[in-house]
Design a protein around this ligand. Structure first.
Ligand SMILES: *Cc1c(COP(=O)(O)O)cnc(C)c1O
Length: 428
């Protein structure tokens, strides 16, 4: 008997490198065969074998309402029936921009693009164009999409320039990228003291979700805001993941800090390709056609994608939406941590809004180095035990998890029960 997931994976590898269109999907770090998904509904999806899973990646964030929400699907169908795209402006794009400006107070003007990578890449160009400076600061373990100058590995130590994480990125392209430690205020102070006048922007995930989940300390973000203001440096919050998910107004609302530019993605497309960058109107005025910073996109503001995004943004404004999402996510991680402790497995967990982190370490990590020290072999074992039990977690120890509004008490309880069984198997 051949497993359909396996035969699809074999077939996919003939015409697609590694069989997938985005690397983490290939299960390389956890081992085994990726599940090919045929359909999804609410908190569940089904693979090619018709095996049902409780889904904790939610399309890596967008599925905040659960999969295939009827009102989002209806909006997409209605929009599609009116035409798939025009390459000319539509009223829906204005509605979308107004909604974003209303929900994210630091955004006065916004431009729509089609992926998070485009949003951060364009934000960076804007910061450089507006300041006339070249250097940028990013932090070790933060992922901002795959633009050349942001694909820089951890270069530890003050003023160490990073090495490219990817082949095909010339050293020259990243010579202006300074890589510092997340949550290290002193290092940031020292760097600004030495070369603040050369730094165009600081780009940061205000809640880091690409080295598992790591929360920024309020002091770290406050220090960053103060130094950027003092040196005329543009502060970019990459809220592609945290936006509309950790709180309605994103991490900036949670921490009460105003970045100059914000990058958005994931949730704002409601499952279709919409992303955006926006911020202070005086900065956004540097964008073409008004200013000299060029950026464009054939599918930017696509009407079908915007319909999905706009409907999603409306639905998450229901009173109590984020309070309930946070409390469900918190219940999940508390329950899983309690199960681990019962079984005597070294484990910790954390959550912010609808994002969570599971760590095979005794303490919740606060830095990239601490995160990297967690037990990945244990994670991989846990991942597969949960997968076999019908719970789909992110297939890597270094990714955050996502809960949707459809993860009710019964689903959370079922997940915790499976986690407990898994931990007891791991303990023997
Ligand atoms: C997902 C992500 C990106 C990249 O978005 P894509 O749509 O995958 O290009 C950028 N920044 C952060 C913080 C992300 O989580």
């Amino acid at each position: 008997m051949t497993n359909k997931n396996e035969s699809l994976f074999l077939r996919a590898q003939i015409t697609t490198p590694g069989g997938v269109n985005s690397p983490v999907r290939a299960f390389r770090s956890v081992g085994g065969t990726p599940r090919f998904i045929q359909r999804a509904e609410g908190p569940y999806f089904w693979d090619a074998e018709d095996q049902r899973y409780i889904d904790y990646i939610g399309s890596w964030g967008p599925a905040i309402l659960g999969h295939a929400h009827p009102l989002v699907v209806k909006a997409v169908q209605d929009a599609a029936a009116r035409g798939l795209g025009f390459g000319a402006p539509t009223e829906g794009e204005i509605d979308m921009a107004e909604e974003i400006c209303k929900l994210v107070p630091s955004i006065e003007q916004v431009r729509l693009v089609s992926s998070g990578t485009e949003a951060t890449m364009s934000a960076l160009r804007l910061a450089r164009g507006a300041t006339g400076r070249d250097k940028i600061i990013k932090f070790e373990g933060c992922y901002h999409g795959h633009a050349d100058s942001l694909l820089v590995k951890a270069g530890s130590g003050l003023l160490t320039f990073g090495n490219p994480t990817s082949a095909g990125v010339p050293e020259d392209f990243i010579q202006h990228t300074l890589v510092l430690d997340y949550n290290n205020c002193q290092q940031l102070e020292d760097t600004f003291k030495a070369r603040g006048k050369d730094i165009a922007c600081v780009i940061v995930e205000p809640v880091a979700g690409n080295m598992n989940l790591i929360q920024a300390t309020p002091e770290f973000l406050q220090t960053m805001r103060r130094l950027c203001t003092q040196y005329g440096t543009v502060l970019i919050f990459d809220e592609v993941m945290s936006g509309f998910r950790v709180a309605l107004g994103g991490a900036q609302a949670l921490y009460n800090i105003r970045p100059d530019i914000t990058a958005l993605g994931k949730v704002i497309g409601g499952g279709l390709p919409v992303a955006a960058f926006g911020g202070r109107a005086d900065l956004m005025a540097h964008m073409a056609p008004l200013g000299k910073v060029y950026q464009a996109g054939t599918l930017s503001g696509n009407p079908v994608a915007v319909a999905a995004g706009l409907t999603t943004l409306k639905l998450i404004q229901e009173p109590g939406f984020h309070t309930r999402l946070s409390s469900q996510t918190n219940k999940l991680v508390k329950g899983i941590a309690a199960a681990a402790s019962k079984a005597g497995v070294t484990f910790s967990a954390d959550s912010v809004g609808g994002m969570f982190g599971l760590y095979f370490s005794s303490e919740v990590p606060t830095s990239y180095t601490q995160m990297m020290a967690s037990d990945t072999a244990k994670f991989n074992q846990f991942f597969h035990l949960m997968l076999d039990a019908g719970v789909y977690l992110a297939p890597s120890a270094f990714e955050a998890g996502f809960v949707s509004a459809q993860h009710d008490d019964q689903i959370i309880a079922a997940t915790i029960a499976e986690a407990e069984k898994a931990f007891f198997k791991m303990a023997v």
